[in-house]
Design a protein around this ligand. Sequence first.
Ligand code: GUN
Length: 297
Amino acid sequence: MTYVIDGDAVAADVRTDLAGCIDTLEGAGVTPGLATVLVGDDPASETYVSMKQRDCEELGMDGVHVALDADASPQELYEAIEKLNADPDVHGYLVQDPVPDHIDYREVLRRIDPAKDVDGFHPANVGRLVAGDPRFKPCTPHGVQKLLGAAGVDPEGEDVAIVGRSRIVGKPLANLLVQKAPGGNATVTVCHSRTTDLAAKTRAADVVVAAVGVPEMIDGSMLAEGVVVIDVGVNRVDAANEKGYELVGDVAFESASEKASAITPVPGGVGPMTRAMLLYNTVKAASEQEGVDVELP
Ligand code: GUN
């Protein structure tokens, strides 16, 4: 039997634990505040930031949204960033990626106060992660690590193939999983578009993480019997329904399930964990900035 890892349930547990931390902060007169910044009107990004705002509301955190037009100048965005850096009620914020082509996202990241960088994308925070001293673990990789733990999968000594080398998922996840720390100690292979014989790499792995953004690219023929499969992909594909699209992962769920001992679904797998870990980082940021100790899950 293949175990379907329920990301909604694991995320709900994290949120319950965070609610306790938020109570502690409230007791000290602190409401954790998260701001989201969106430049333009990409429909998927709009959905993501509105879900992040709804999460804040549900947990009794302050949510602020800054919407800039698609043709906003880099200077306008930098000014919004400076305001958020200076705002004591905003403990953490993120600029939703992607930004329009005329804006250099790396320059945007450099301007974010690293203490408020709840994505963990500022170069200083990336450096700390690589050095094994993370301040904020990036949300999706952290969520994947928590999901593995909740499914009883200890990466220690396991061969993990990560398909995708993005700044948001592949690279930080590789760094988390190789760390000499609980939830780490794996042997990690990072595969990408120039990898030769991808299927040989994925078939040799005990754990396969797909984070490549290609619908159903990884199927059962590329997997070993008993593998654990984590599907980070969220791809919109045309469908004859009201919305005109449906969400599918980077993994062909049915055929992969025939091989996997455990697998995450899309939706309901990694997605809710990413959102939960953003709340986690915001609570951590509030606790550190306000000097109020909380017991993070
Ligand atoms: N776009 C897709 N995922 C993310 C994320 O985790 N953070 C930001 N800032 N943008 C994203």
